[in-house]
Ligand binder design. Structure first.
Ligand SMILES: *Cc1c(COP(=O)(O)O)cnc(C)c1O
Length: 332
């Protein structure tokens, strides 16, 4: 199978903003983008993106999951980067039109159509290191995908706890912006090379935060514990969905500070589970935590039953196998 996010539909939708508003969205070939080499984004990283999915239901209909949330976050990212304001109507239309045109290419579950709206500063001005781009472009790429982690969530990940570094500058945490991934890359590559870890769980000053591209959730019996929202990390739509489904099941959801100390203490208990949440990963079990040269198994080190059940509850809604009680699906 091809790697996640490397196959694209022939076309994408695109809209340009010259500083006075968005052009009417159009379809263009998805394999080229004409911007000036001095474009603001190429020098000063004025870029943000989203990741959401469309699913094929058994009746042949195509549904997009929580598009309103992703567009709201896209707009928030643009504001924090001082890019031209996103018009939710324009972006909605770009997403829906693209998915509708390529509906035949939306895979059957467990596959889906991964949707990647992207927005970047295009003003040709290398003198604007400390000033925003006046103009920008947004486009919506589509990529048919299978399961992100092969094994469909049956393998538990090895995760390194990092108390010294941080994923990105704290005031950039809520922005889904390219520079944040560049900032996290070196610690992740070192964790892979030196510890055979799949991911780094950033825990600045002992505060358990998130990994490079997913939120962290601890499940201890009936308790679900995850960091409360603040501006230092990315507010995942999957995180919010899983917490909602956990509350629906009567679980005790706690959004609060979680220290490395408490995490390691709880992880050792039988039945404790940990997971990473994100659109690509859905909900993927963490089996081993690496900290200061020691390895800590989470519960029995295998994917936990509650993690699997919550993942299934989410997938069932996405795939049309359970009632969409929260109104999370948009029909294309
Ligand atoms: C995208 C992302 C997430 C997960 O967000 P979802 O909306 O659930 O896909 C979490 N953390 C980071 C850093 C991310 O980039």
């Amino acid at each position: 199978m091809t790697a996640f996010g490397t196959v694209f539909t022939d076309e994408m939708t695109i809209s340009w903003n010259d500083g006075s508003g968005w052009s009417t969205p159009e379809f263009v070939p998805s394999n080229k983008l004409n911007i000036h080499p001095a474009a603001h984004v190429l020098h000063y990283s004025s870029t943000c993106f989203e990741g959401l999915k469309a699913f094929r239901h058994a009746d042949g209909s195509i549904k997009i999951f929580r598009m309103d949330r992703n567009i709201a976050r896209f707009a928030q990212s643009a504001r924090l980067l001082h890019l031209p304001e996103i018009d939710a109507n324009v972006t909605t239309r770009m997403i829906v039109d693209a998915v509708a045109k390529y509906a035949d290419e939306v895979p059957e579950p467990p596959g889906s159509m991964y949707i990647r709206p992207t927005h970047m500063g295009t003003e040709p001005a290398v003198g604007k290191a400390a000033a925003p781009s006046v103009s920008s472009v947004q486009f919506v790429l589509l990529s048919p995908v299978g399961d992100y982690f092969s094994g469909g969530g049956e393998v538990a990940l090895r995760v390194l706890l990092d108390e010294e570094g941080q994923r990105c500058a704290p005031h950039m945490g809520m922005v889904k912006s390219g520079g944040n991934y560049a900032s996290a890359l070196d610690p992740i590559m070192r964790a892979k090379a030196e510890h055979n870890a799949a991911q780094v769980l950033f825990c600045p000053n002992g505060d358990v935060q998130e990994t490079g591209a997913a939120n962290f959730i601890l499940i201890d019996g009936n308790e679900v514990i995850t960091k409360a929202l603040d501006e230092s990390f990315l507010h995942g739509v999957t995180r919010d969905s899983i917490l909602t489904l956990a509350r629906d099941r009567g679980m005790d959801v706690q959004e609060r500070e979680l220290s490395v100390e408490e995490l390691l203490e709880r992880a050792a208990k039988p039945g404790c589970e940990a997971a990473l949440s994100g659109t690509a990963a859905v909900l993927t079990s963490v089996g081993t935590l690496l900290h200061n040269g020691k390895e800590y198994q989470v519960g029995d080190g295998k994917p936990g039953a509650t993690t699997q059940a919550l993942r299934k509850a989410l997938n069932d809604i996405q795939w049309g196998l359970a009632e969409d009680n929260h109104g999370w699906l948009t029909t294309v």
